[in-house]
Design a protein around this ligand. Structure first.
Ligand SMILES: Cc1cc2nc3c(=O)[nH]c(=O)nc-3n(C[C@H](O)[C@H](O)[C@H](O)COP(=O)(O)OP(=O)(O)OC[C@H]3O[C@@H](n4cnc5c(N)ncnc54)[C@H](O)[C@@H]3O)c2cc1C
Length: 190
């Protein structure tokens, strides 16, 4: 296996796992508030510091040692570096130090390089320092306001950064108003 970052990919560190860890505290409180007999017991809000700590643990502190141990236990060899197809069943890897290593596959090369968030061409989006899934899942401070652009699964998960709804949030699933995103300069606080 060739990996350029950390074994486990997006899901383990910047997607499924940390986003669920951030969503869970708010879900639990909301669930309790829906039960009339339990609702009066919910008098506080989510402990943000504890939620972020728990998220860090779910993301294994962005350390892949456990996944690497599992991989090696399954009999796979890990080569850390950036791979590229260099011929039939051949992959050239640029290793961390800059040297190169060529690997030959006995049967086939599986391309499983995933994807990255793409920012749509929206006027003003650059200026507001918009977040992608990596920013939203590694947040260490509840944003005061959160506008989620895109109402798909990732967008809906992304609202988890607001924890218990501490941020005024809006999932924007329709078209942006003419003129794009305005009224905010500088990066959002993380
Ligand atoms: C916020 C969020 C929440 C999500 N929640 C869920 C969920 O609850 N359930 C669910 O099923 N899905 C969820 N998803 C989707 C899920 O994360 C993705 O479907 C999954 O991560 C895709 O896995 P993958 O292996 O295809 O790609 P990736 O996870 O992106 O893995 C690709 C790997 O290839 C490596 N790589 C890329 N190029 C090279 C190269 N040239 N050389 C070496 N290595 C390379 C990358 O570093 C990476 O580790 C969520 C996504 C987001 C963003």
């Amino acid at each position: 296996m060739v990996e350029r970052e950390i074994v486990g990919g997006e899901c383990s560190y910047w997607a499924c796992m940390p986003s669920k860890a951030l969503l869970r505290p708010g879900e639990v409180l909301a669930e309790a508030r829906r039960v009339p007999a339990a609702a009066p017991a919910v008098t506080g809000t989510v402990d943000a510091a504890a939620a972020f700590k728990s998220r860090d643990a779910f993301a294994s502190d962005w350390d892949d040692k456990h996944q690497v141990a599992w991989l090696e236990g399954a009999g796979a060899d890990l080569v850390r570096g950036v791979g590229r197809l260099a011929g039939e069943r051949r992959v050239e890897v640029e290793l961390a130090g800059g040297s190169r290593r060529t690997l030959e596959a006995a049967r086939a090369v599986v391309l499983a390089t995933g994807s990255r968030a793409a920012f749509p061409p929206v006027d003003g989006l650059d200026a507001v320092g918009a977040w992608d899934n990596r920013d939203i899942t590694t947040v260490h401070r509840v944003p005061e306001r959160l506008l989620v652009l895109g109402g798909g699964a990732v967008g809906v998960d992304g609202r988890g950064a607001a924890l218990d709804g501490g941020a005024a949030q809006r999932v924007h699933a329709g078209h942006l108003p003419r003129g794009g995103v305005q009224g905010r300069t500088g990066p959002l606080e993380r």
